[in-house]
Design a protein around this ligand. Sequence first.
Ligand SMILES: NC(=O)C1=CN([C@@H]2O[C@H](COP(=O)(O)OP(=O)(O)OC[C@H]3O[C@@H](n4cnc5c(N)ncnc54)[C@H](OP(=O)(O)O)[C@@H]3O)[C@@H](O)[C@H]2O)C=CC1
Ligand SMILES: Cc1cn([C@H]2C[C@H](O)[C@@H](COP(=O)(O)OP(=O)(O)O[C@H]3O[C@@H](C)C(=O)[C@@H](O)[C@H]3O)O2)c(=O)[nH]c1=O
Length: 310
Amino acid sequence: MDKLGNSSTRVLLTGSNGFLGQKCTDFILEKTHYTLCCTSQSPNRNPNNTGYRFVQLDLLDQEGLVELMEEFQPTHILHTAAMTAVEACEQDPALCQKLNVDVVKLLLEAAEKNNIHLTFLSTDFVFDGKNGPYKEIDETNPCNAYGASKVAAEQIILASSAKAAILRTILVYGVIADKKRSNLVLWAKSKLGANEAIKVVNDQWRMPTWVDDLADACILCIEKSATGIYHISSEKMYSVLEAVQEIADYWGYDQSLISPISAGEIGQSENRPQKTGFILDKAKKELGYQPTSFRDSLPSIDQQIKFYMK
Ligand SMILES: NC(=O)C1=CN([C@@H]2O[C@H](COP(=O)(O)OP(=O)(O)OC[C@H]3O[C@@H](n4cnc5c(N)ncnc54)[C@H](OP(=O)(O)O)[C@@H]3O)[C@@H](O)[C@H]2O)C=CC1
Ligand SMILES: Cc1cn([C@H]2C[C@H](O)[C@@H](COP(=O)(O)OP(=O)(O)O[C@H]3O[C@@H](C)C(=O)[C@@H](O)[C@H]3O)O2)c(=O)[nH]c1=O
């Protein structure tokens, strides 16, 4: 605590309305030594909306962003905001550059000047998917504009003198209170639970990441003021089809509702890496990251769904 009674860890969280942003907000609020300021483009969508300050701000409003940082004086910035829809990045590369790269430059300038620690979220799509699973030191070679924008941001971060961690993650899934946000597990569960047939790709391989694990990793980065690149995901490689079969198996849904489809058939053969997956040794050793297996996360997800349905 300082003389004014403020907690010493002051986190500015961007993208607080997003999937990861909402989970990080919820987890940070459980900790007593944090002062949290959340920001997003739209009004606050997190039903958990007390105990912190929320500022609605378009991150492209540079003056507004600088003003917010000067006023709040964060010790840490957790930058989860991004243009995340792969097809939208392809269609509007200029906006993708502004949001996913130029905003990072601005945050870094402030971080360098004021000794602020930055945590940046990146993706498995920095890789071409030909040699997964990947280590942090493996060569990047993105196959879409979204992945290219994350590589560009990573390079600017690594070249700066700011204290900054880059967390790369993969196909994030799980539950937040905001029911509008879907993901692979909730999509498959809701379709199969309603006895609807689904087509699932059998030629993309991933190590999906439970959003709770990823939020934990973000907080570990903040607490350790970690620097450098870290890979954060689960540890077992699944084809997306196998992951969905695991979902059906856990909830006892009819497996015959699931049929295989190729990435090419849903327009994802060229613009998505085929096989990603991460080697997690560095995050485990240096951050103390403890991944939950995909299968083991499903009972917790089941409980969370029931909790939020109350
Ligand atoms: N989800 C996944 O599977 C993966 C995600 N990642 C990375 O993790 C991070 C978090 O992802 P996720 O939580 O899924 O992202 P979401 O798409 O759920 O959320 C993105 C957030 O960014 C905010 N945002 C977008 N544009 C602006 C803007 N102009 N000004 C201010 N805020 C803006 C949105 O605000 P609002 O909603 O108010 O418009 C939203 O809160 C991202 O950096 C993403 O690239 C990496 C790999 C996998
Ligand atoms: C629409 C659809 C998708 N899928 C699969 C393809 C894919 O592996 C998975 C999710 O598809 P999407 O196109 O929504 O997501 P996609 O853009 O591939 O997901 C990515 O999001 C960005 C932000 C990332 O950084 C990546 O890590 C990654 O998880 O579901 C099917 O199997 N059947 C379908 O009908």
